[in-house]
Design a protein around this ligand. Structure first.
Ligand code: NDP
Ligand code: GDR
Length: 378
């Protein structure tokens, strides 16, 4: 049975990848961080009682900033494949925690490479590194491919740049099977709540039920190439199944503004909005409501009224340096990996809004039943 080790298994991609690898028959090991509250929500559905026999999912406490811990886990597991997905992955937060981000996202990659080398696993263990379209940053060329030069625009992207090149260097220096997946933005119903797509689909669902009045966002004009995480984890696996290690761009090849994504999310609920104004004074206003969709979905008709402002800009979400436009060229992955995404943007938005509306309705039911959040400190 092949063994895979996933750092960042508690994150969006880690959870989808763990499920994917378990279905393929792998024994899956994941590195989770110790936290004061349980942080395994995304993999709880995969959990198997360790007292049972035939358990194929194992979690180990660890951290990418701790070399000896990584060496011990890799020694114990002896993985055939390592997927390094662990990272402080929020671009805006990296401006607040630049040193930690460099340590975990940059040096963390080196720690894994060195562990593999020191343990004599260079011929056995294949390594996938979660590189990113943020490397392109202030892009000069569109669409961006494996040969487009990098120009990182945040402490996160600079840390990931180190990760990218140290992978290339160890591959060339020691003949290791190590590769970079340069993945463009990918989202899902379990996307972290502070990334823009999930923030939007959560807010839109709550607004439609009267649980929130306004969605506050930053740069509405930023353009991203958004795909579905479910499709992207398959590409990670494919990269480790080739004859020789190479780096690949994974993207849809379509780019969309944040503004358009918001419109699409509202449209899922039968609500049409228009934007007017500029910069921090721009706002999104309801101009039409499709009564039949609203009725079928059981939305709150008293709050969904034309003329209502539902989106505003808050400059606190602007970044000191922004990445304005990302659009990837995935033709190498299509050609050499045979990878094709199953979701387009419309299907992604549908999937996310459906899931968040379900969660918002649960919240609505609890509130209606008088079950407000308990305050233990009263
Ligand atoms: P998430 O933020 O959802 O998950 C990040 C994971 O890393 C979590 O499991 C988190 O643990 C863990 N982690 C954070 N810091 C450390 C640390 N110091 N040591 C060990 N684990 C740590 O990210 P995604 O799943 O979206 O992304 C996965 C990877 O892919 C990341 O490296 C990200 O930078 C990269 N990437 C993501 C893209 C995207 O669009 N999603 C695009 C391109 C690259 P905890 O749950 O405890 O916080
Ligand atoms: P990104 O994702 O920075 O591309 O990094 P995010 O969803 O945070 O931002 C995308 C774009 O939307 C703009 N934006 C906002 N962003 C957030 N988070 N919140 C807002 O309110 C808001 N309003 C506008 C941003 O300015 C930006 O232009 C993600 C992460 O998953 C990285 O780990 C990964 O490497 C890249 O995608 C590819």
């Amino acid at each position: 049975m092949r063994k895979a080790l996933i750092t960042g298994i508690t994150g969006q991609d880690g959870a989808y990848l763990a499920e994917f690898l378990l279905k393929k028959g792998y024994e899956v090991h994941g590195v989770k961080r110790r936290a004061s509250s349980l942080n395994t929500d995304r993999v709880d559905h995969l959990y198997q009682d360790p007292h049972e026999t035939g358990v194929r999912l194992h979690l180990h406490y660890g951290d990418l900033t701790d070399s000896t811990n990584l060496i011990r886990i890799i020694q114990e597991v002896q993985p055939d494949e390592i997927y390094n997905l662990g990272a402080q992955s929020h671009v805006k937060v990296s401006f607040d925690t630049p040193e930690y981000t460099a340590n975990a996202d940059g040096i963390g990659v080196l720690r894994i490479l060195e562990a593999i080398r020191l343990l004599g696993l260079t011929k056995k263990t294949r390594l996938y590194q979660a590189s990113t379209s943020e490397l392109y940053g202030l892009v000069q060329v569109v669409p961006q491919s494996e040969t487009t030069p990098f120009y990182p625009r945040s402490p996160y992207a600079v840390a990931k740049l180190y990760g990218y090149w140290i992978i290339v260097n160890y591959r060339e220096a020691y003949g290791m099977y190590a590769c970079n997946g340069i993945l463009f933005n990918h989202e899902s119903p379990v996307r972290g709540e502070t990334f823009v797509t999930r923030k939007i689909t959560r807010a839109v669902s709550k607004i439609a039920l009267g649980l929130q009045s306004t969605l506050y966002v930053g740069n509405l004009s930023a353009q991203r190439d958004w795909g579905h995480a479910k499709d992207y984890v398959e590409a990670m696996w494919l990269m480790l199944q080739q004859d020789k290690p190479e780096d690949f761009v994974i993207a849809t090849g379509v780019t969309t503004t944040v503004r358009e994504f918001i419109k699409m999310a509202f449209a899922e609920l039968g609500v049409t909005i228009e934007f007017s104004g500029r910069d921090q004074f721009e706002k999104g206003v309801i101009i039409d409501v499709d009564e039949s969709t609203v009725a079928v979905l059981g939305l709150n008709t008293s709050v969904l009224a034309p003329g209502q402002t539902v989106v505003k800009v808050d400059a606190k979400y602007f970044r000191p340096t922004e990445v304005e436009l990302l659009i990837g060229d995935p033709s190498k992955a299509h050609r050499e990996l045979g990878w094709q995404p199953k979701y387009d943007l419309q299907a992604l938005v549908e999937d996310m809004v459906k899931a968040d509306l379900h969660l918002a309705k649960k919240d609505e039911c609890l509130r209606a039943g008088g079950f407000k959040t308990l305050n233990y400190f009263e």
